[in-house]
Design a binder for this molecule. Sequence first.
Ligand SMILES: [Zn+2]
Ligand SMILES: [Zn+2]
Ligand SMILES: [Zn+2]
Length: 744
Amino acid sequence: MGFRPFIYRLAAKHSLSGYVQNRSDGVVVEVEGPEVSIASFMSGVQGELPPLAEVSQISCAEVEIKEDTGFRIIESESGGLGKVYITPDIATCSQCFAELFDPEDRRFRYPFINCTNCGPRLTIIKDIPYDRINTSMSCFPLCPLCRGEYDNPADRRFHAEPNACPACGPALSLLDEAGKLLPDKDPLRKVVTLLLKGYVVAMKGLGGFHLAVDAANDEALKRLRSRKFREEKPLAIMVKDISAAARIAQLGKEEEALLLSPQRPIVLVRRRETDAISPAVAPGVSDLGIMLPYTPLHHMLLENHFQALVMTSANQVDEPICMRNREAIQRLRGIADYFLVHNRDILVRCDDSIVTVSSGKKRMLRRSRGFAPKPVTLKKWYPEILALGPQMKTTLCILKGTLAFVSPHIGDMETPEARDFHQESLTLMQKIAECKPDIIACDLHPSYYTTKLAEELPASRIIKVQHHHAHIVSAMAEHGIEGEVIGVAMDGTGYGLDGTVWGGEFLVAEEAAFTRIGHIMNYLLPGGEKAIREPWRIAVSLLREAYGNNWQEAAEELQIVPEKSYYETMNRIMVQKFNSPLTSSLGRLFDGVAALLGVRKMVTFEGQAAMELEAMAKGKTDVLLPVDIRETGNVLCLDFSPMIRNIVDEIRKGRNKTEIACAFHVTLPVVFRDMAEAIRRRTGIDRVVLSGGCFQNRILTEGTISELEKAGFVVYFHHLLPTNDGCISLGQAVCAGAQVMRGI
Ligand SMILES: [Zn+2]
Ligand SMILES: [Zn+2]
Ligand SMILES: [Zn+2]
C-alpha cells in the first residue's frame, strides 16, 4: 500500500536513479548511485516503511550499471496498476493530522482529509480493482490541485483514491430526528453544542453510524440505553488522546500500542476510579472499551470539549450497524435526536474492531475495521472453499490457495437485516477473493441459518464441520501447525456429534478429523434457550447433579429459584427431560456458578453473568475447589459435582463470595492441565491448542496457558482471529479444504 511512491520518494531523497515496478512475484527496485547512498536507501526501505506496509522478504543482487538518469515508477507487468488486494481502512496519519489543524493548510479543518497512508479503503469500494472509479469517491471529480497531487509520484497523495479537499470533496450536514436538513454553516460545532446539552447524535463514521453521547452525562446515557433497549451491555467510549485514556484506565505497554496503532481498535482495558465517565457506561464489569479518534471528524469532535464520548454502533439490538443515510434515519427513529451525515457513501459495513491483551499478546474479540479484509496467510495450499460460519458472531471465509479471506464481523444471524448483511458480505468477499467457490463448508447444526443457506446455494459439495473441531482447526491454521494436537475448546454452545449441546471439549484433533477424548460432565439445560437468559435454571440443574433429588434444600438456602411455584415445574421438566437438552458447556457452567454465588439470576445479554463473575474474581488465592476426572468407557469426564457441593458448603459457612469466585478461576486451569496430562499419557501428544468463547476471560486464559506451559506443553492460542465464534468460518474452511485434499 503506497509502497511504490514510498520507494520513489526514498530514491529521490538519496539522489538515486533507477525504477520501481510491481511484478507478480513482488516489487522490483533497481537503483544506481554511490554506494553510501544505496546503503542509506536500503536502511530506509526497512526503517521508514509507511504505516501499514509489510515487507516479508528482501533479496539483493548487483546488476550492470545502466547510467540511468532520474527515477521512474514503471507500469506493472500486467498493464494497470498491478494486483493490489483491498486493504483495510486506516486511521488519520500524523501528517494529515498536522495539516488538519494547520490554519495555513488548504485542508484546515476539513473532515475528509486523507492520503496514501491513511483514510477509507474497504468501506468505500463497490468493485475491484481499487481505483477511484470503483469507489464511492467516483462522484467527486478531483479539482486541479487535488489532481496534481494524485498524479505526482513525489506527492504523499499520489494515487490516493479518496483524495479530496473542501473545493472538490464530500461535506458534512446536520439533520434533525426526522431527517430534515438543518441549515448550519458549521454542523460540527453545532453537534458539539448538542452533545454538551445531552442529546443523542447519530454520526456517520468510516464503516457505519455511531450513536454518540457525552460519556460524563448520566441523563444522556440513561436516555440512550432506554431507547436502544441495551440496558446493561457495556458501551465503548472514545477519548481525545493517549493521556486522556491513561486517566481513565490502567494501560500497559501493549495496550497503549494497540490504542495508538493505525487500526485504532476498541481496546478493552482495566478501568480506574474516575468521575470523567458515568458509571452507566459499563456497569458491573471491570473492563472498559476505549478507542482513540480515527477519522478527522473524530479528532475535531474531541478537540476541546469532552473527556470522553460514548461511541456505540448505531443499530437496533441484534441488527447490523447502519451504513446509509436514509437507512440510518429510518432504523434509528426514536433513538437519535440528530444526525451528523455526509455525502461520501459507505459501501461496506464495518464495525469497530475490539481487542484485548492477555498473556502479553494482542487478542481479537471482534475483527472488523482496520483488520479485515487482510487475508490470513496459511502454511499450505488449499482448493477454493466457501465457509459460511456459525449462527452467532458470524464471519464467513473464502479459502483460495494459501490465503484465507475472512470477512469483517457480521454478527448474529437472528434478524432479516443480519441475514441480508451476511449476503452482502458474501458478495463482497467473492469480489475480494476473485472467486466463487462451489465447495461449501458449514456447521453441523441443522437449524442454523448458515447451514440452511449452504443447502440453498449452488454447490458441488457441502462439508459439515463440527463446531468445536472448527474452533481448534482455526487456531491451528493461524499458527500454521499440522498433525495431531490436544484441542481444548471451552465455549458457549455448539452442536455435538451425538446431538447434545457441546461446549467443554477435549479433542484429539488434526485438520481433517477429530475424536472427542474428554469433556465436561453432561448436565441439563432446563428450558433450553431460556436457560441462557435465566442462569438460575442452570444453577438448579448443577445442584441436581450434585445432590440428586435433594437439590431443593440447597436451592432454598441459597435462594436460587425466583418463585416458590417454580420448584415443581423445574423438577418435572428435569425428570421428564422436557425441553432440557444435555450439555457439556463451560460457558453455561460459568453462568450457573455465577447464579449460585448470587451474581445474578437473569441476564440481558449472553455472557453477562460470566463477565460479572470474572469481575468478581479479584485478588489471589491458592485454594483449589475439588473436581474429579472420571473415566467412562474410553472418554474422560470432568465431574464438577464435588465443586458444586463444596461451593454450597462454603457459602453456608459464610465464606466471602469473592474468594469463591477467585478459587473457581484458579481451579479451572489446573483441571484443564490435569486433563491434558491424562491425554498426553494416553497419546503422547504434547501440543495443546486453545479455542472457544470462554477464553475471552483473561484470568482463565492466562491461567490455562501458564499451567500448561509449566507442565511442559507447547500451547497455541489465537492471535489473528477472535477465540469466540468469529474464528469458526476459518476453521470450517481449512477443515473442509484438508478433507478435499485428502480425498475424504
Ligand atoms: Zn494521511
Ligand atoms: Zn480538491
Ligand atoms: Zn463456539
